[in-house]
Design a binder for this molecule. Sequence first.
Ligand code: SF4
Length: 361
Amino acid sequence: MGTYPSPRDPPSPRPAGARRAVGGGRPCPGAAPAPSAAGWPRAAGAGGGTKGCVGIAGKESPPRVTLPWAEAGRADGEPTSVSPKKHLPSLAASRAAGAARVPKRSARGKSVAIAYESAQGDGAEEGAPEPKRPKWEPRNWRQQLERIREMRSSRDAPVDRMGVEKCYDSSAPPQVMRYQVLLSLMLSSQTKDEVTSAAMLRLRQRGLTVDSILQMDDVTLGEIIYPVGFWRNKVKYIKQTTAILKQKYGGDIPSTVEELVKLPGVGPKMAHLAMHIAWNNVSGIGVDTHVHRITNRLKWVKKETRSPEETRVALEDWLPRDLWREINWLLVGFGQQTCLPVNPRCRECLNQDICPAAKRR
Ligand code: SF4
């Protein structure tokens, strides 16, 4: 397979209908192509007598042809990944019919050169992988991210002071620490950081371990965690999950997302955050309502997503993996202070000029 010159390359000064020389749009190293009558290198099979350009490795490059831009299937100015095989019949027909059938340039003069298999089969192998399309990325995302980092540089959002990473006892044995991380994540769902943090503090004053929770009656547990959101359900889930941890995991928490989401009251967001914080393993992006809302406003998802889980999948498709851990912390705090759910503070936001959802009044 040959190279794929950018469609943005300056248009060739060839006369309309002339074909590229063997070897494609770039001159073959060391080759001195014989000029045709029109002063242009001859095409293979057009009297030039040569089948392909001999490259540095001594191999013949396959002959190349020019396809019209529209036929290549892209119109956004990006390199095309069209399969040469798809176009073989039309190319063969064009060649047989002579210059009059050679595909014309588009009105904008854009064209793309692709390699194709010759009739002798000296081109691409059967089943060769097609070139990958350039990966989709949101517009301006690096600039937007950099500005959010700037806005978050003071680290004074509720999540910075009272988030899950501040709720567990960092001096406890690792297994107890991991259990406390999981518990604070369970309490934090649909609950403000301040309320979760206070509930965790009360639990820790009682000695927060798997055994202490199993020994505690439901009423007492409810009184301690109240007023976290859905506290009655959470009492039930905490008791069930803690019993499973004791029986199945020796009092520790599971170390995979698949096992974590099987625990009662544990969803994908909690599982991925538990993997980050408790196991120091970045398994996926923790997407809560803040991350879901902000990434949709910034158009960091190809098309609007309807749930945090859908957003997670869409973000993981393009966001570089080394940012997966940071993005939750960054956007949660940004959502608490600036990009609020209702009435976002766009006038204070550094992204106002490049945010598709910015309110400019
Ligand atoms: S401009 Fe407004 S909507 Fe856009 S990120 Fe900033 S606060 Fe959010």
